[in-house]
Design a protein around this ligand. Structure first.
Ligand code: HPA
Length: 268
């Protein structure tokens, strides 16, 4: 599988002269960050060898290279989820490809359900830590020592340095931030009320169907990781969940999220 990432990276190098050190993964309804980018080069996933293709509405399928503020970045506009049927090994390909392209810092975003009763729709939560409730660890199987160690440390998945920088940005720009523990849920069905209560009692503040596999794969490869959740629905309301509601609420938070990412990136 590492060969797949090597071939994908070689192909991208041949087709794009840009060499950013920062990558961003955009979650459901959060794709508009690319509108703030300049000098862009768009590469559809389907053109890249071995890249999966995203199947979910609201998820575009492009790698976008360009400048955000004063830095070169590479953006995954649309991501891949375990519930789409991809294996964890397939989910690893884009992140390992980033590493091979010279990426050092990875900013992850997602639309998530709020479990903490203090959270409101539209809040932005900075991930302090996570709980992996996916049925599989993405590093299961023979370890490839060229990528990272067999037993990677996970005491600081979400970089303290980047969290501190995000705090500075939030203070400067008066962006309200929540800080909490994220739990990864395989989906695609939303949680039942009993499952929401269970996840809360496990110590989680927000839940969504992505991010955890990418964060583990990235830390294994030695990338510095930052993550945010946009709270698009709250478990306590006892209301039905829908993908449309998730996308609408993500759209509401999008300008704040873009500002946060842009200013955080400028401090790197
Ligand atoms: N649960 C799981 N994933 C989600 C949710 C949720 O409530 N909201 C957005 N993604």
């Amino acid at each position: 599988m590492y060969e797949h990432s090597l071939q994908a990276a070689e192909w991208i190098k041949r087709h794009c002269p840009k060499r950013p050190e920062i990558a961003v993964v955009l979650g459901s309804g959060l794709g508009a960050l690319v509108n703030d980018m300049t000098e862009i080069q768009v590469i559809p996933y389907r053109e890249i060898p071995h890249f999966p293709v995203s199947t979910v509405e609201g998820h575009n399928g492009n790698l976008v290279f360009g400048r955000l503020g004063d830095k070169e970045v590479m953006v995954m506009q649309g991501r891949f989820h375990y519930y789409e049927g991809y294996s964890m090994k397939e989910l690893a390909v884009p992140i390992r490809t980033m590493k091979l392209l010279g990426i050092k810092t990875l900013l992850l975003s997602n639309a998530a359900g709020g479990l903490n009763p203090d959270y409101r729709i539209g809040d932005i939560m900075v991930l302090q830590d996570h709980i992996n409730l996916f049925p599989e660890n993405p590093l299961r199987g023979k370890n490839d020592d060229r990528i990272g160690p067999r037993f990677p440390d996970m005491t600081e998945v979400y970089s303290k340095r980047l969290r501190n920088l995000a705090d500075q940005v939030a203070e400067e720009y008066h962006i309200k931030l929540q800080r909490g523990v994220f739990v990864g849920w395989q989906g695609p069905s939303f949680e039942t009320p009993a499952e929401y209560r269970m996840l809360r009692s496990l110590g989680a503040d927000a839940v969504s169907m992505s991010t955890v596999p990418e964060a583990i794969i990235a830390r294994h490869a030695g990338l510095e990781v930052f993550g945010i959740s946009v709270i698009t629905n709250v478990a306590q309301a006892g209301e039905e969940n829908s993908h449309k509601e998730v996308q609408d609420a993500a759209g509401m938070a999008q300008p704040r999220m873009t500002l946060l990412f842009k200013e955080l990136i400028s401090k790197l």
